[in-house]
Design a protein around this ligand. Structure first.
Ligand SMILES: [Zn+2]
Length: 415
């Protein structure tokens, strides 16, 4: 089995790995680099077959529905099968209508089901559902030529689904030749440090919700389903109503999981911001709106219940909130990676908060395992070799592990 990391050997985001056996090929992830200004074809790795005219390329596997793992699907031929989780596929497909730019709809292909192997040409692919901030995320084991590659994907052990990663640690596959191990947190966290859990986040949210006398705006990704569950639980504990928009309602439904809060649950209200109303009208999404209208409220009601509400904030709410002045004593909770906050794309939001004198509180935890959990994971899997991926600090691996091998982007190597 031959491997090439096309992107990710020394960066977070844009992961892409090619696996070759007996003249057949698989691609694992086809992500957009984090520093890409827009989703442009120019970032596509130089790999044969993306035009759909090379039969040696059997499929593209997508480990989880984050842009830095699937974004470049936008630029390849839809004849190439895309293998991913069914829930993740539904989330991406449903999200596409709301999101501008080159948001790809994955092509058809087999669905990953945890611990159910897929035989494809010379490859045997076994997915393992894993804890991550992205929904329906998998680690992938690829076997061919009597060799075994394990791709960790992006994972953690401190989220709402920590049990999934713990299960893998308790019953690890044997005889792994190579572990391609993500290391997002190396260089960001010292070895003895660890991240708060989603339960810790829930407690902090409960405190903030309790101590806010105006409307609480919580800004997170509508696709970070674990976080929305955490926010919902904090709402229930404090007797608050969670107010969501249509996009969030659709994302929650797309999980296909009835245990995840839905727009028709009594503790939830649906408020459609003005700009989304225009979007609905222009695109004639009336059935979609109707489907999520059971708990629909309008601006007057939101004013009335503002002190008892948690608004799952998106920047498209800004104009509505200003118009009727829902901002007295409001608090803004930032619940995403702090790195995004510093970027230019958020400067308008920083200015908006200052203009209205709205305090910002950061309540977040990482989607990625800290160094000690990476070590626990790798120690359990006992690979012959560990190869860094999805990290800015490949050199740090040697401080944690004694069987590290570094490869450059674009270098082909034998397992
Ligand atoms: Zn990633």
């Amino acid at each position: 089995m031959q491997i090439c990391i096309h992107r990710g050997a020394k960066e977070i985001g844009g992961s892409c790995v090619e696996v070759i056996s007996n003249g057949k090929r698989l691609i694992i992830d086809l992500g957009l680099p984090l520093d890409a200004e827009k989703n442009d074809e120019k970032y596509l790795p130089d790999i044969s077959g993306f035009d759909g005219n090379d039969d040696s390329l059997l499929a593209i596997l997508i480990s989880h529905p984050h842009l830095d793992h699937f974004g470049l699907l936008a630029h390849i031929n839809s004849k190439i099968p895309v293998i991913m989780g069914a829930d993740a596929r539904r989330i991406l497909t449903e999200a596409s209508r709301f999101l501008p730019g080159n948001w790809p709809i994955p092509a058809n292909g087999l669905n990953l089901k945890s611990e159910i192997p897929i035989e494809l040409g010379p490859f045997k692919i076994t997915p393992f559902l894993i804890d991550h901030s992205g929904y329906d995320a998998y680690a992938l084991m690829i076997e061919a030529d009597g060799k075994c590659l394990f791709y960790s994907g992006d994972f953690r052990i401190h989220g709402r689904k920590a049990k999934l990663t713990e299960k893998l640690i308790a019953n690890p596959p044997e005889n792994i030749d190579v572990l391609l191990l993500e290391g997002s947190t190396l260089g960001r966290l010292e070895i003895h440090e660890s991240f708060p859990s989603e339960s810790d986040i829930e407690k902090k949210l409960v405190d903030t919700f309790t101590n806010t006398s105006g409307l609480t705006l919580v800004h997170t990704s509508s696709q970070n389903i674990d976080r929305i569950v955490t926010i919902f639980r904090a709402c229930k504990k404090t007797g608050k109503t969670l107010v969501i928009d249509l996009y969030t309602a659709v994302m929650l439904e797309a999980t296909g999981n009835k245990n995840i809060p839905q727009s028709d649950w009594p503790e939830i209200a649906v408020y459609i911001p003005q700009s989304q109303r225009i979007q609905i009208k222009n695109n004639k999404w009336f059935d979609l709106l109707k489907k999520h209208s059971r708990n629909r409220i309008f601006i007057e009601k939101l004013q009335e219940i503002s002190t008892q509400s948690i608004l799952l904030f998106r920047p498209l709410h800004i104009r509505d909130l200003e118009k009727v002045n829902l901002l007295n004593n409001a608090v803004y909770v930032y619940s995403q990676w702090e790195g995004y906050w510093e970027q230019d794309s958020y400067s308008y939001l920083r200015e908006w908060l200052t203009k209205h004198n709205i305090p910002k509180v950061s309540i977040h935890t990482s989607g990625h395992a800290g160094p000690s959990d990476l070590k626990r994971f790798a120690d359990a899997l006992r690979p012959a070799k560990i190869v860094p991926i999805h990290t800015f600090m490949p050199d740090k691996y040697k401080e944690l592990f004694n069987n590290v091998q570094l490869y450059a982007d674009g270098e082909y190597w034998e397992v």
